[in-house]
Design a binder for this molecule. Structure first.
Ligand code: HEM
Length: 504
C-alpha cells in the first residue's frame, strides 16, 4: 500500500505529522530507516559503529520488552465483549449496568491460571481466574473472580505465605507438595477449596466451558443508601467441561496452550461464548442466620436462591496480546456507585493489593492505557508520574476550586453501624469441614474416584508422615469415606488420621 499519510490521529486525539509512506519502516522518532538488514561497519572488515542508531535502538528496545509478570495469575488470555442486563435492579443498586433491562455495557474479560508462570502449560491443576472489566457509564467496575466458588484462606494476611508455599521452591525452583501441604495442614479452612481444586474442576477443558464466581460477598447500595449483601455467579451457557487425569495427560502431550488456542479459535470462528450472570442477595439482618459467617470466602451461600440479572457475550479477541491482555489492570478497588466491598477480610486486602501491584507492574499512569481507560471522562487532580499521557492545560490542580468541580453525593460510601473493640482475632463460626463434606457427597462415584486419584498423587509425595496424616484428617473430618479412601490410596496410618480428626 503506497498511501501517503499527511497526518494521523493517535489514540489520545493528538494530531501528528508524518511524512513517510504508510509502509515505510521508521525509527521510534518517526524517521525512515535506510537499511534494516546490515549494521554500519567501518569498512568491510571493521567494527560496528556506535552511531548506528537503528541497530542501537532495536537492541535497546528488545532488551526492555518484558515487564514484570503478574505475581500470581501470570498466564492468561482475554477477550472483548458486551454485558446486557436482563432486569432493572434499581431497587437494589445504583450500579450503572443494572439500571435498565436491555442496558448494554462493554466488557473485557481475562481468564488465567493462578500459580504457574507466564509460559506454563495450561493443563496444570489450578483454580482459573475469571476477571471482568465493565466499562460503565459511571467508570470502570472490575469483578475479579475465579472459576471456583470459594477460596483457600479467609484473611489477606495469609495470602503471601500461601502463594510462597504453592510457587516453586526458592531453592530448587520446583513446585513441591511437601511445601504447600505443610502450609495447608495449618489451615483447615482450605479443606473446601482443596476439594474443588483436586476434583476435575481444577483442570477445565477450556475457558468457555467453566463458570465464574465472585467468591466474596459485595454490597449493593440503592439510591436511599440501603445496603444488601450479594454474591455473583457467571453460569456458562456452553455447559461445564472438565478433564480427568488421563485426558490431561493426553492434551498435555499434544498442546500445552489448549485453553488460549480454544478461545482464539472459537471466537475467531464466530462461536461467541456467553455466560448468564446470577445474583444471590442477603439483607444485613440475615447475616447472623447461618451456622457460618457469610462474609467468609471459604463458604458458599448454600440454600440462598439465585436470580438471573444479565448475559455476557465475548465476541472479539484483542488485536495485540500485550497491549490488551498483559496490560489490563483488573482491580477489586475499581468500584462504581452502588457497589462496595463487604467486610470480608480477604476482599478488604484485595481492594488494596491489586491497585498497589499495578502501580509497580505497569506504572503510575496505567489507567491511561487504552485497555484500562474508562469510557467516561476522568476528572481529578492526580498528576504527573512516568509516562503521563494526560492533556492537562489548566493551572487548577486542586479541589475544591472556583471552576465548580464537585463531588457527586450519590457516590458517597454507605454507612455501617459498628460495635466492639479494635481487635486481632480469627473469625467466629469457622465451620471448616461441613461444606467440603457436602461437596464430596454431591459428587458422583466417578467424580469421587477422580478426586481421590488426583489428590493422592500429590499427597503421596509428602515425605513427612505427620503432615500427611494431618492433611488427611481434614478430609476425614469433612467426610469419613473421603478421608478413608485418601488414607488407603497413600498408605497412611488411618488410626492416626482418625485420632487427629477427633481432635479437630
Ligand atoms: C487476599 C487475597 C488475595 C490477594 C492479596 C491477591 C493478589 C493478587 C495480585 C497481586 C494479583 C496480580 C494483579 C496484577 O498484577 O494485575 C492477582 C491477580 C488475580 N487474582 Fe488475586 N489475590 C487474592 C485473592 C484472590 C481471590 C479470592 C480471587 C478470586 C475470587 C482472586 C482472583 C484473581 C484474578 C482473577 C487475578 C488475575 C486478574 C487478571 O486477569 O489480570 N484473587 N491477585
Amino acid at each position: 500500500m503506497q498511501l501517503k499519510l499527511e497526518k494521523f490521529v493517535c489514540v489520545l486525539g493528538l494530531v501528528a505529522s508524518m511524512t513517510a509512506t504508510a509502509d515505510t519502516l521508521t525509527r521510534d522518532n518517526g524517521a525512515p530507516v535506510g537499511d534494516n538488514q546490515n549494521s554500519i561497519t567501518a569498512g568491510e572488515r571493521g567494527s560496528v559503529l556506535l552511531e548506528d542508531v537503528q541497530l542501537i535502538q532495536k537492541l535497546q528496545r528488545f532488551a526492555r520488552e518484558r515487564i514484570p509478570e503478574r505475581v500470581v495469575h501470570a498466564r492468561g488470555t482475554g477477550a472483548h465483549g458486551v454485558f446486557v442486563a436482563s432486569k432493572d435492579l434499581s431497587d437494589l443498586t445504583l450500579a450503572a449496568p443494572f439500571q435498565k433491562k436491555g442496558k448494554e455495557t462493554p466488557v473485557f474479560v481475562r481468564f488465567s491460571s493462578v500459580i504457574h508462570s507466564k509460559g506454563s502449560p495450561e493443563t496444570a491443576r489450578d483454580p482459573r481466574g475469571f476477571a471482568t472489566k465493565f466499562y460503565t457509564d459511571e467508570g470502570n467496575w472490575d469483578l475479579v473472580g475465579n472459576n471456583l466458588p470459594v477460596f483457600f484462606i479467609r484473611d489477606a494476611i495469609k495470602f503471601p505465605d500461601m502463594v510462597h508455599s504453592l510457587k516453586p521452591s526458592p531453592v530448587t525452583n520446583i513446585q513441591d507438595p511437601n511445601r504447600f501441604f505443610d502450609f495447608f495442614s495449618y489451615e483447615p479452612g482450605s479443606t473446601h477449596m482443596l476439594t474443588w481444586v483436586y476434583s476435575d474442576y481444577g483442570t477445565p477443558a477450556n475457558y468457555r466451558q467453566m463458570d465464574g464466581w465472585g467468591v466474596h460477598a459485595y454490597k449493593m447500595v440503592d439510591a436511599e443508601g440501603d445496603v444488601s449483601y450479594v454474591k455473583f455467579h457467571w453460569k456458562s451457557k456452553q455447559g461445564i467441561n472438565n478433564l480427568n487425569l488421563d485426558q490431561v495427560m493426553d492434551v498435555q502431550s499434544k498442546d500445552f496452550q489448549h485453553m488460549t488456542r480454544d478461545l482464539y479459535a472459537e471466537i475467531g470462528a464466530g462461536n461467541y461464548p456467553s455466560w448468564d450472570l446470577y445474583l444471590k442477595v442477603l439483607k444485613p439482618e440475615q447475616l447472623d442466620d447461618f451456622d457460618y459467617n457469610p462474609l467468609d470466602a471459604t463458604k458458599m451461600w448454600a440454600g440462598v436462591k439465585e436470580v438471573k440479572v444479565g448475559t455476557m457475550t465475548l465476541n472479539r479477541m484483542p488485536s495485540n496480546f500485550f497491549q490488551a491482555t498483559e496490560q489490563v489492570a483488573m482491580a477489586p478497588a475499581n468500584l462504581i456507585p452502588g457497589i462496595e466491598p463487604s467486610e470480608d477480610r480477604l476482599l478488604q486486602g484485595r481492594v488494596f493489593s491489586y491497585a498497589d501491584t499495578q502501580l509497580y507492574r505497569l506504572g503510575a499512569n496505567h489507567s491511561q492505557l487504552p485497555i484500562n481507560r474508562p469510557v467516561v471522562e476522568v476528572l481529578n487532580y492526580n498528576q504527573e508520574g512516568f509516562m503521563n499521557m494526560g492533556e492537562t492545560d489548566s493551572d487548577v490542580n486542586y479541589q475544591p476550586n472556583r471552576d465548580g468541580v464537585k463531588e457527586d453525593p450519590r457516590a458517597r460510601h454507605s454507612s455501617v453501624a459498628l460495635k466492639g473493640y479494635v481487635q486481632q482475632a480469627a473469625i467466629k463460626k469457622q465451620l471448616n469441614f461441613k461444606q467440603a463434606g457436602d461437596l464430596y457427597r454431591s459428587f458422583s462415584e466417578q467424580e469421587r474416584s477422580n478426586l481421590i486419584r488426583n489428590m493422592s498423587g500429590d499427597l503421596a509425595a509428602v515425605n513427612d508422615k505427620d503432615t500427611q496424616a494431618k492433611m488427611i484428617s481434614h478430609f476425614y473430618k469433612a467426610d469419613e469415606e473421603y478421608g478413608t479412601r485418601l488414607a488407603e490410596a497413600v498408605n497412611a496410618d488411618l488410626k492416626k488420621v482418625k485420632a487427629l480428626a477427633r481432635a479437630l
